[in-house]
Design a protein around this ligand. Structure first.
Ligand code: PRX
Length: 640
């Protein structure tokens, strides 16, 4: 049985798109009617981008976990909901059917309640990729607690910042996590973070690696022991808490152009409708298929396309604990054959890294279960697209290039697998409900093509159900970040091209945000971390093209400390960034300079630094407004 809102042909796509623009309220009401509500909404949509205010399905009452779990119990209780593949391939994988997942979520929701957590409380989840992470997320949603998942690679300082920003009093973590041949001591990182966060009341710790951990009496409790307490009461039932359509579901922190990550807030109903609608349509999911999204649940892709979208659709979602290159670079392909994966959704950086191992790791791998391939997170270069198409998809699987953001909840511009055309490197067409507008610096719509393309900054003119509602604790920040650059438009921060077919190609960020291995990192965040190092006077960070990561991090640093061994300082600075943010923000290159190119008003001309980092030494553009044009020469000559 297909889904009532599944688009089955190009003609249907065109019709759906038109209907979604002409009568958005009717269009989305029809989609939302296919979900399970305790009470239907009073009003489909109310919005303005001035404040901004966006409310979908207002007055509706529901619980997203009843849509992810309960409503599948009648017809598909024995369908696998989650297949979990452990880090170590010699260990057993685990399957949780919808019945089992429902049981475990309800059970853990009881644990949360017994530990004093209730609707509206913020719960930070800092775990490895184990099924209990999905269970923790869903159990929060079940009782209406707002989850804030923090990627397991972030440092104690980053966790402390996030705990403070969200006033999160509760934490769910693991003793440790496995990633390839590494063991990451998560609980000990949490302990370090909590030195600054005495307001945290409870830490629930799952035993995964048996790493010795210190447990603080009264604050820290073991997951298993708490579960046993629930079981011993003999009645682990817990009705899902009724939520308003616009109640917050979760906070997810993401980087912007300022130094401090923002807590993007998504609400229950709109997020549910958008992730499910896009999952079913973009991947053209067919019931019974196995969907493998390789992202970590610490990022939005994992939230939307490992947990909520697939589970709301009653799909089988494969969750992988490890990394693509361990024990060898054939791991993804082994997983695909072992579990007969039908849909593979990964990032261009992973494809490029695997390409680097040549075709040997593919020997003996069948990959014949694959039907659809997907990419997300950054622009995909044509070479990687063709490699993916030929060697993984055997030229028979459509590739969906899905463009979206943490703030958008799910895909906005993407081809629909096998239904709408693909074009290597192009995200192609907007989904129903998505109205892009390309503007120039001044905010005027660009209508004239240059070299065959319309070029400019990508904005969206109207809300789709999954648009962010606010940034946690600071609505003004949401307005200035996304809705102030251009009046009445949501500004994505991305530059783009549009061709004569109306296809879009996202060319990358136009703000001070880097995209390193598909992860968003603000240059200001990295600079702040570098500046924490004693002896560093000032720094400026820019991105440069990197063969595997897409973008690498290049730091220009003014140092006048006492230590003179520059190699040692370089290592120390790198360590400082790792400690302050996490290993994902480590600079790839550090160049020591005696000054930075600044205008007379003191603004760093990043454009010049970007060109130097890219290896461009001739056409640096106009440098006449610089306070000290001579510094450019020095920086050029000292390039690393
Ligand atoms: O620059 C775009 C890039 O990733 C940014 C969003 O990052 P994040 O919020 O971390 O979410 C990543 C997963 C959705 C965007 O502003 N980006 C994402 N997908 C694509 C992309 N750039 C080009 N093509 C894509 N398919």
């Amino acid at each position: 049985m297909s889904y009532p809102f599944q688009i089955a042909s190009f003609d249907e796509y065109e019709k759906a798109y038109k209907a979604s623009i002409e009568q958005p309220e009717k269009f989305w009401a029809d989609v939302a009617d296919t979900f399970s509500w305790r009470k239907r909404w009073d009003e489909v949509l109310e919005w303005n981008f001035r404040e901004p205010k966006v409310e979908w399905f207002k007055g509706g009452k529901l619980n997203i976990t009843e849509n992810c779990l309960d409503r599948h119990l009648e017809s598909s209780a024995d369908t696998p909901a989650i297949i979990w593949e452990p880090n170590d391939p010699t260990q057993k994988s685990r399957t949780l059917t919808y019945r089992e997942l429902h049981f475990k979520v309800v059970q853990f929701a009881n644990v949360l309640r017994n530990n004093g957590i209730s609707k509206g409380d913020r719960v930070c989840i800092y775990m490895g990729m184990v099924p209990e992470l999905a269970i923790a997320v869903l159990a929060c949603a079940r009782i209406g607690a707002i989850h804030s998942v923090v990627f397991g690679g972030f440092s104690a300082q980053s966790i402390a910042d996030r705990l403070q920003d969200a006033s999160a009093n509760y934490i769910i973590t693991c003793d440790g996590a496995y990633r390839g041949n590494k063991e990451i001591p998560l609980k000990s990182v949490i302990d370090d973070a909590l030195v600054q966060c005495e307001f945290v009341e409870k830490v629930i710790v799952l035993n995964r690696t048996r790493t010795p951990v210190s447990m603080i009496r009264g604050r820290d409790v073991w997951w298993d022991e708490e579960v046993q307490k629930v079981d011993s009461t003999g009645n682990p039932d817990l009705p899902a808490v009724e939520m308003d359509a616009e109640d917050p579901l979760f906070i997810l922190y993401t980087s912007g152009s300022t130094g401090k990550p923002k807590g993007v807030v998504h609400t229950v109903a709109g997020y549910m409708v958008w992730t499910t609608y896009t999952f079913v349509n973009v991947f053209q999911y067919k019931r019974g298929e196995i969907h493998f999204c390789t992202a970590d649940i610490g990022w939005i892709t994992g939230h939307s396309y490992i947990i909520y979208g697939p589970l709301c659709a009653g799909a089988t979602s494969l969750m992988f604990e490890g990394i693509p290159t361990w024990p060898d670079a054939g791991r993804f392909w082994d997983i695909i054959d072992k579990h007969t994966v039908n849909i593979l959704y990964t990032a261009p950086t992973a494809i490029r890294s695997l390409m680097g191992f040549g075709l040997d790791p593919l020997k003996g791998k069948k990959l014949d279960s694959l039907r659809v391939l997907g990419t997300v997170g950054e622009p995909i270069n044509e070479e990687a697209w063709h490699w993916y198409n030929e060697n993984i998809g055997k030229s028979r699987c459509p590739i969906v290039d899905t463009w979206w953001q943490t703030e958008t909840a799910g895909c906005l511009i993407s081809n629909l697998a096998g239904i709408t055309p693909s074009k290597p490197g192009w995200a192609t067409l907007p989904l129903p409900g998505v109205i892009p507008k390309i503007v120039d610096e001044k905010g005027d719509e660009v209508v004239v093509a240059e070299d065959g393309f319309i070029k400019g900054n990508l904005c969206l003119t109207a809300p789709w159900p999954g648009i962010l509602r606010t940034t946690y604790g600071d609505h003004e920040r949401c307005r200035t970040n996304y809705f102030a650059a251009y009046p009445n438009l949501y500004f994505t921060g991305d530059g783009c091209l549009k061709d004569s077919n109306g296809f879009y190609r996202i060319t990358g960020r136009v703000d001070d945000v880097l995209n390193v291995s598909g992860h968003r990192i603000g240059t200001a965040e990295v600079e702040n971390a570098i500046n924490m190092h004693t002896g560093v006077v000032e720094s400026a960070v820019v991105g440069y093209p990197h063969d595997i990561k897409g973008q690498g991090i290049y730091g220009f640093v003014i140092y006048n400390g006492l230590e003179k061994d520059m190699e040692l300082i370089r290592k120390d600075i790198t360590l400082t960034v790792t400690r302050i943010i996490g290993p994902i923000a480590k600079p790839d290159k550090i160049q020591f300079v005696s000054g930075l190119p600044k205008t007379r008003s003191g603004k760093i001309m990043r454009r010049i630094l970007r060109k130097i980092a890219e290896g461009e030494t001739k056409n640096l553009g106009d440098t006449s407004t610089l306070l000290d044009p001579g510094i450019v020469e020095e920086i050029k000559n000292g390039r690393v």
